[in-house]
Design a protein around this ligand. Structure first.
Ligand SMILES: CC(C)(COP(=O)(O)OP(=O)(O)OC[C@H]1O[C@@H](n2cnc3c(N)ncnc32)[C@H](O)[C@@H]1OP(=O)(O)O)[C@@H](O)C(=O)NCCC(=O)NCCS
Length: 139
């Protein structure tokens, strides 16, 4: 996975939002506290801070959805976070993103907060972010 292919996948997965540039992905990939799981089909990126982590993005190529790819990369990401002694994971998801919310619910994430008007869409509308958290059980 290169910064350019990550940027391409992101742009395909989030057509209504500001794209993240290849330079932004390059900076993330160079950060020792950031992990990226997946490939050009599906990816998840998380940043670690002490014993907590934040999922920065998760995306599956639109042509490859509902095949279990997001589940696979999220599981792999959580396994790597556990190996880095992360105990809890946070993320933000748009209040109208029912697909992602269903995925996270299935993984045991629960609602801990809400940020009104958090996401600005290209069409000028805003939507709230739900803040979700999961405690990672050490295996
Ligand atoms: C959300 C997203 C990552 C799911 O990717 P995916 O590879 O299609 O997901 P999976 O096939 O692994 O699905 C796992 C579970 O998530 C839920 N899910 C996924 N897509 C769904 C949909 N369209 N509607 C309802 N539930 C859905 C289901 O519970 C599904 O399990 P099931 O197929 O056994 O019912 C994908 O739709 C995507 O990239 N969306 C745009 C980017 C985005 O919203 N990212 C999350 C930002 S927080």
């Amino acid at each position: 996975m290169t910064p350019a292919t990550a940027a391409r996948l992101y742009a395909r997965a989030f057509p209504a939002s500001r794209p993240w540039s290849a330079d932004e992905f390059a900076r993330l990939m160079a950060d020792a506290h950031v992990i990226l799981c997946g490939d050009t089909s599906a990816m998840v990126i998380a940043r670690i801070a002490l014993d907590e982590a934040e999922i920065l993005t998760l995306a599956t190529d639109p042509d490859l959805r509902r095949q279990g790819l997001a589940r696979t990369v999220l599981q792999s990401c959580e396994d790597r976070l556990r190996a880095r002694h992360v105990q809890s994971v946070f993320l933000e998801v748009a209040a109208d993103n029912m697909a992602a919310q269903a995925l996270y619910k299935g993984f045991g994430y629960s609602l801990v907060g809400e940020r009104p008007n958090y996401y600005r869409r290209n069409d000028g509308t805003a939507v709230a972010a739900l803040v979700l958290r999961k405690a990672l059980v050490m295996i």
